[in-house]
Design a protein around this ligand. Structure first.
Ligand code: AMP
Ligand code: MG
Length: 437
């Protein structure tokens, strides 16, 4: 019987098609930018939408444009506590005396007339009375009695301290664009529009496991020559931060049957698979063999440090398919390849529209050795120097197995492909780990 391919396979590019568009493609010496470009052209976004209440939409990817159903604010209102009047009253260089005819409170407007020579006491957020277009803040006025108020000349211009209806958002204007990852401000904005539910992309399901016969899980005895599996924990953290649903498949032994079963199960249950270990040259294992056997997977040596070996592609099992990121085994290399390759791809799969990572130029406190012809991701500590300017120093030993370098760091120092040695005082590019949450 002829097997029908899953729907996406009919339009999905193959890796060969993607790389055929690149000049000078060499999988054994692949610059970081080219690897990123290949991943970008290969990975397609998911199309699965669910509706959630706005509180549950935090950190989710908006699946449709939100158009404002109302004017925000709905009415012209005051930006200050003061007195509202018609700017036609403003009398050049002479002081102005106005008779107070009423009060407009936030939520309880003054709805009487305001005649010539009159004003209304008004609170912040209160609706502007009919015919008034200007508010003088209370602190600029003097009052000899409650019935009238004095303004010195030139303290306000026509239209001052008035918020216009729809100035935040006019009805029919796009408020939030599809692909936005919703942050606290966006939840507030949705609430201000009276929107109770929004369409979001369903969470991406990511399965991951570690490979290597030397790996032990926490709780197991640490036999001679063995290490605890730390990669599943850094991956857990990074994937959670990205808002993925995760399937932690543990450590998979270096055994063809176990690996095949793990890859098939991951493929049938997840949108993407992340493995660590077993993709470097000369590894005496079956990981690479199984990856190649189950799909369209390529093996790269990337011009980067740490990192270098990485597998990427898509595997298939029982009518399902999943993108595959075979990350290197070294703990720092796992994090760096995740951040600079997998992260963007996963966001793209989620349908998120995200700007490129923001790199900032700061002064390097010390010299850094660097070979041109590869991109280096050194772990750095960004601090404020005595003169108030920002500077960065690297966190000591930078070996790709030294996870402490990553834990101590608060930023990554990104030294570009062409860059050579850095002298103390030179500017370097950094990517801070944490922003405003
Ligand atoms: P590999 O890429 O499999 O050759 O592994 C490279 C190095 O990373 C070796 O020293 C491994 O012991 C180490 N390693 C691989 N996987 C893990 C893991 N899950 N946790 C900690 N170290 C690992
Ligand atoms: Mg290994």
């Amino acid at each position: 019987m002829k097997q029908t391919p899953p729907p996406d396979q009919t339009t999905h590019p193959t890796l060969d098609q993607v790389v055929s568009c690149l000049s000078g493609y060499d999988p054994d010496a692949l610059p970081v930018a080219q690897a990123q470009q290949i991943i970008r052209s290969f990975v397609l976004p998911l199309h699965a939408v669910e509706k959630v209440a706005i509180r549950s939409a935090l950190d989710r990817v908006l699946a449709a444009d939100i158009v404002s159903p109302i004017n925000v604010p709905a009415h012209d209102n005051s930006a200050m506590d003061g007195f509202a009047f018609a700017s036609a009253e403003l009398a050049g260089d002479a002081p102005l005396s106005l008779r107070v005819v009423g009060t407009s409170y936030a939520g309880r407007a003054y709805d009487g007339p305001v005649g010539p020579g009159e004003c209304v006491r008004i609170m912040t957020g209160a609706v502007m009375p009919e015919g008034c277009d200007t508010v003088v803040p209370q602190e600029f006025t003097s009052q000899s009695d409650t019935a009238s108020v004095m303004l010195p000349p030139n303290v306000v211009r026509p239209g001052d301290n008035r918020r216009l209806a729809g100035e935040d958002l006019a009805a029919g204007q796009p408020a939030l664009a599809r692909g936005k990852i919703l942050r606290p401000a966006d939840l507030g904005l949705l609430a201000s529009l009276g929107v109770a539910e929004v369409p979001v992309q369903r969470r991406l399901r990511v399965a991951f496991f570690s490979t290597g016969d030397e790996l032990r899980s926490i709780g197991e005895p640490l036999d001679e020559g063995c290490v605890y599996d730390s990669n599943r924990y850094t991956l857990y953290g990074m994937l959670r931060r990205l808002g993925c649903d995760i399937i932690d498949m543990g450590v998979v032994a270096d055994d063809p049957a176990a690996l095949e079963a793990a890859f098939r199960s991951a493929c049938e249950n997840a949108d993407a698979i992340i493995t660590s270990g077993g993709v470097s040259v000369g590894a005496a294992d079956y990981t690479k063999q199984m990856m190649a056997q189950l799909g369209d997977v390529t093996f790269w040596k990337i011009g980067m440090r740490p990192g270098r070996p990485m597998a990427f592609g898509k595997i298939h099992s029982a009518g399902h398919s999943a993108y595959l990121f075979g990350l290197p085994g070294n703990p720092v290399a796992v994090m760096v390849t995740f951040y600079f390759f997998a992260r963007e791809a996963l966001l793209h799969m989620m349908g998120a529209q995200v700007p490129p990572l923001p790199l900032f130029a700061v002064r390097s406190q010390g010299a850094i050795r660097k070979k041109p012809g590869r991109t280096e991701y050194q772990r750095g500590i960004l601090s404020v120097a005595a003169d108030g300017s920002r500077e960065v120093r690297i966190t000591g030993a930078q070996g790709s197995g030294i996870l402490r370098s990553m834990s101590e760091a608060n930023c990554m120092v990104v030294l570009g492909h062409e860059q050579g040695n850095v002298q103390a005082g030179d500017m370097v590019e950094v990517l801070p780990f944490e922003g405003l949450l």
